[in-house]
Write a protein that binds this ligand. Structure first.
Ligand code: ZN
Ligand code: ZN
Length: 609
């Protein structure tokens, strides 16, 4: 199993740990300290050794920040985690704040007047530090970057940094050679008039050098940095113990290999009187300090691997299609199995384990074994599903009871692609209220699936399409509609998204999720998610503009019992029937016996009742 269900959260030590931290800060002459959920790479996926926020507060969400002041402390999380944070964090130690309503900067202006607030400059981006410094200057205090993280001195039994093995990601899956990708990065540096860049996002290092690692759960990242000059040999900063002989040889053809601890020294030596491009939203502020300290200039520019990585090449697109057929068959077989179980006989953990077994079986049968899940399965029954990022553990595990709505959001890592799919299904007979909300969510999901949009459209422009049916009913959901996804890489990948923050243009070859939802606290949660591919632009008959559309990659039935058909219009019904016909055609040949019979019934036209 690639998942376990042990309780990960423990806030019983929070008070004493915050006290240790305060004592340690006092010795250093510092009044407060900021603890983000971040490592040196500023990604969503961090090793246990870097999960200082969890150690300190008990909070296990994927985003959040704590602030410890002399008398008080607070934790800041966004709308996805407002319910979870209350359940996990001891509010008598950490006051709970919304990072949207009261961002850390605003809070510091109010509560940290004249104080000296420490940060670990490896754990904040260039952009964040600029913002925090401005906030502290306004508050009449000071932001102090510290040479050593004071929390690490008090963290007993801190796990060791991971040493996950690195593998070459072969060209038959990568589609483009590393030399070609390095050439493209060199061109971007020339255009920005920069002499070099530091890739700090392990996804970017993995993509550029066609390697995959195993340092963090569920995402094949090799934790590493790369210094890439406009011309000449790059240096890859990676623990040599992670590289087998064949990988070391393959990488040695492309780059010099150096230990991660030598990055600061090498960068300082290189940067003098040179222009170094750093992504202010991704690069640790420590790197800016090193460049400027050595007499170099920082050029702000987007990570040059990010956009080319997001535009999947033809080989990656073919791989993703294959991965989705396999994965859709596994999910369909799981849904058929679930349907055959009587209400009250399966629990959330049992469902998550069953789905993983189906994925393993279908991967094996298809000659493309399941390498990992792409994240911990969200298997949520009844009120548990009202937490969009709920993760089941042995204490919270709930039986899927008669009349409940069950939400399962899951994904797989295969060598040829990463998947992410959510289905929400009825257990027995579900109340009309939940079916009506499901239908509103479905209308939004269909609106995105059917969208045609001009070249140059950004994700933010499409986001309302997914919400308007909910808005008309006075409802909404507190998360984005869609995120980018990697190719045997991270399940969340930028720069594109369909959301209120989706400023990146949607370009041909980009894959995004389409996952509107609805959550009623204490009652139920609904989400429907497919992955969709931005098509090449074309001029349709009678049209004036070149427009993109979306190709749906995900194939699995959408529960017809959850649909209040009378709330769908003719176009929406036609879309759903056509989608189900596609699912049947794509998946039925991979199933046999009763499961195939189940699929035929689950995908029949709505008019058939
Ligand atoms: Zn998902
Ligand atoms: Zn997703």
């Amino acid at each position: 199993m690639f998942q376990n269900f042990d309780e990960a959260s423990d806030s019983s030590q929070s008070a004493s740990r915050a006290a240790w931290l305060r004592a340690s800060l006092k010795e250093m002459g510092i009044d407060g300290f900021v603890v983000p959920r971040a490592d040196e790479h500023q990604g969503e996926y961090i090793p246990a050794a870097a999960d200082r926020l969890r150690w300190l507060t008990g909070f296990t969400g994927s985003a959040g920040t704590a602030l410890v002041l002399p008398e008080t402390a607070a934790i800041f999380v966004d709308g996805r985690y407002t319910v979870q944070v209350r359940a996990q964090v001891d509010a008598s130690v950490f006051a709970i704040e919304s990072s949207v309503d009261t961002p850390l900067g605003t809070y510091l202006r109010e509560h940290a007047k004249t104080l000296r607030i420490g940060i670990d400059p490896w754990l904040h981006t260039v952009g964040e530090v600029a913002m925090l410094r401005a906030a502290m200057a306004e508050a009449g205090g000071e932001l102090v970057p510290l040479a050593h993280n004071p929390l690490d001195r008090v963290w007993q039994d801190r796990p060791l940094p991971p040493k996950g093995a690195v593998a070459v990601h072969p060209i038959e899956h990568a589609g483009r050679s590393s030399a070609e990708k390095l050439g493209e990065i060199g061109e971007a540096l020339a255009k920005a008039n920069a002499d070099a860049t530091v890739l700090t996002d392990p996804s970017s290092v993995a993509w550029t050098f066609n390697i995959r690692g195993s340092d963090v759960p569920h995402t094949p990242l090799p934790l590493s940095f790369a210094l890439i000059p406009r011309e000449g040999r790059p240096t890859l900063f990676i623990d040599a113990e992670k590289l087998g002989n064949d990988v070391a040889r393959a990488l040695g053809d492309l780059a010099d290999i150096a230990a991660p601890e030598t990055l600061e020294r090498s960068l300082a030596a290189f940067a003098a009187e040179r222009r170094i491009m750093l992504d202010p939203a991704l690069a640790a502020d420590r790197l800016r300090e090193v460049v400027e300290g050595a007499g170099g200039t920082v050029v702000a520019g987007a990570d040059p691997a990010r956009l080319p990585r997001a535009r999947k090449n033809a080989v990656e697109i073919e791989g993703s299609r294959r991965a989705h057929l396999r994965d859709g068959a596994a999910v369909s077989a799981f849904l058929a199995w679930l349907d055959a179980q009587a209400p009250g006989t399966v629990d959330e953990i049992g469902a998550a384990e069953a789905l993983e077994r189906f994925r393993a079986r279908f991967g094996e049968a298809d000659g493309q074994p399941l390498r990992d899940l792409s994240f911990d399965t969200i298997s949520a029954a009844g009120p548990n599903a009202a937490l969009p990022h709920y993760r089941v553990n042995r204490q919270s595990n709930r039986v899927l009871g008669e009349g409940e709505v069950f939400l399962i959001d899951s994904g797989a890592q295969y060598l040829d692609g990463t998947t992410d799919i959510t289905r929400t299904v009825a257990i027995g007979r579900v109340a009309d209220e939940a079916r009506r909300k499901f239908t509103l969510v479905l209308k939004g999901m269909i609106a995105i699936s059917r969208a045609r949009f001009p070249v140059g459209t950004r994700g933010i422009d499409l986001d309302p399409l997914a919400r308007v049916a909910l808005w008309q009913a006075g409802c909404d959901y507190a998360h984005g509609t869609g995120h980018g996804i990697g190719s045997y890489l991270a399940v969340h990948e930028g720069p594109q998204s369909i959301s209120r923050r989706g400023m990146a243009v949607l370009e041909a070859g980009m894959i995004v999720s389409n996952e509107p939802g609805y959550y009623r606290e204490g009652a139920f949660g609904i989400r429907i998610e497919n992955l969709i591919l931005v098509s090449k632009p074309e001029r349709i008959a009678g049209g004036d503009l070149d427009t993109h559309s979306f190709e749906t990659l995900t194939f699995a039935p959408i529960d017809r019992r959850m649909i209040a058909t009378e709330h769908l219009d003719a176009g929406e019904r036609a879309w759903l029937d056509a989608y189900h016909a596609d699912v049947r055609a794509a998946i039925a040949p991979r199933l046999d016996g009763e499961v195939r019979v189940w699929l035929e019934a689950a995908t029949r036209p709505l008019a058939d009742g």
